[in-house]
Design a protein around this ligand. Structure first.
Ligand SMILES: Cc1cc2nc3c(=O)[nH]c(=O)nc-3n(C[C@H](O)[C@H](O)[C@H](O)COP(=O)(O)O)c2cc1C
Length: 341
């Protein structure tokens, strides 16, 4: 309802729109009556669809992807929208500004976003404070997404991930290792054999028994996926999140939205939205074939119930939303919640 107003107010700056929305949501979540009304509204037609994945009970299989509530500011509001789970972060060991602005761009005709945020984070101490406050009121599972500082060399990356996991992992039902953001130089090399097993091992040691997932890039080749899967499993990881944004610019004209070229399509950064689906589905299918029991979270290009269903049909156990939520609003959660699993 208020999304079109926020879009109009911040026409050429999606990040400003997001910040404005966060401010509104923070205010609303501080008023318990408003929060209850929102929860009632979104649960009015509730048809529960609980599922257990990696030993964790989820009230429904539709979650919020990492990056939307990076700093754990609006968790109570998001819970009221009836998400089945929320991934907080990506959080870093210390505060970091990220890349200069502008660093987010809308491509409305494709329902897409390009971002090159570069891991802006308040740092895990600030996130821990907020999580401590809201944790007693949260009734849905949280994922804790961990990242590394831009200046930490790849050889020392495992220490950064382990630090975040040890400081805030305790608030999560699962811990996610983000080695797939395209906006931190060389980060995606951490998906290779040389580094990943050691990173997963280090995080598992700090995870107090919580399952550890690894979020991968949709730009991996089949051969690279196979190596990554092996490293996750050898390192003690329990699941995979497929996937992050792509640096590719897939051919356009999905027919879903207006076909009209946008200048922003040429911006550098990670692309999200419906164009991602053709990259994500084959990786989910291959992972499911190679590892029949591995928990898989499917993310990338979910914009309606059918696109969510296609991820479950490909082998995902859970699905996350981000860009679809920006364009379609919270009604998308209600629409997707009743998928067949
Ligand atoms: C503005 C923006 C910021 C993001 N930040 C993160 C992040 O901090 N950590 C992460 O793992 N993924 C991040 N992502 C990626 C999303 O979690 C998701 O994997 C991706 O957008 C594909 O899903 P979608 O097509 O539903 O948006 C971000 C995406 C966007 C658009």
């Amino acid at each position: 309802m208020i999304a079109p107003i926020i879009f109009a107010l911040t026409e050429d700056d999606p990040e400003k729109a997001h910040e404005l929305a966060i401010r509104v949501m923070t205010r609303v979540q501080n008023v318990p009556l408003l929060l209850q009304l929102i929860a009632l509204w979104y649960r009015a037609n509730e048809n529960p669809n609980p599922v257990k994945v990696a030993g964790i009970p989820f009230p429904n299989p539709i979650g919020l992807a990492a990056g939307f509530d990076k700093h754990a500011e609006i968790l109570l509001f998001l819970q009221a929208l009836d998400f089945g789970f929320i991934e907080v972060g990506t959080a870093l060991p210390c505060p970091q500004d990220g890349n200069p602005r502008p660093r987010q761009f809308r491509i409305p005709e494709d329902g897409a976003i390009i971002n090159r945020n570069g891991f802006n984070s308040h740092g895990c101490a600030a996130v821990a404070e907020r999580l401590k406050d809201v944790h007693p009121d949260l009734h849905i599972p949280l994922g804790i997404s961990c990242g590394k500082m831009k200046d930490t060399p790849l050889e020392k990356a495992a220490e950064d991930y382990a630090t975040v996991a040890s400081q805030i992992g305790t608030f999560g039902a699962y811990i996610a290792i983000n080695v797939s953001s395209p906006n931190t130089p060389e980060l995606r090399r951490l998906q290779g054999r040389e580094y990943l097993e050691n990173i997963v091992c280090s995080v598992v040691l700090q995870s107090a028994g919580k399952p550890v997932f690894v979020k991968i890039s949709p730009d991996l080749t089949e051969e690279e996926l196979d190596i990554t899967l092996e490293a996750i499993i050898h390192g003690g990881g329990k699941g995979i999140i497929i996937g992050n944004t792509t640096t590719a610019r897939p051919s356009r004209g999905t027919g879903i939205f207006r076909r009209q070229p946008s200048r922003t399509y040429g911006e550098s950064g990670g692309l999200s939205g419906p164009l991602l689906e053709e990259r994500v589905l084959p990786l989910i299918k291959r992972s499911r074939t190679l590892e029949p029991k591995l928990p898989i979270i499917g993310v990338g290009g979910t914009y309606d119930r059918d696109s969510a269903q296609r991820k479950f049909d490909a082998g995902a156990n859970l699905v996350q939303l981000f860009t679809g939520l920006v364009y379609r609003g919270p009604g998308l959660i209600t629409e997707c919640r009743n998928v067949e699993i």
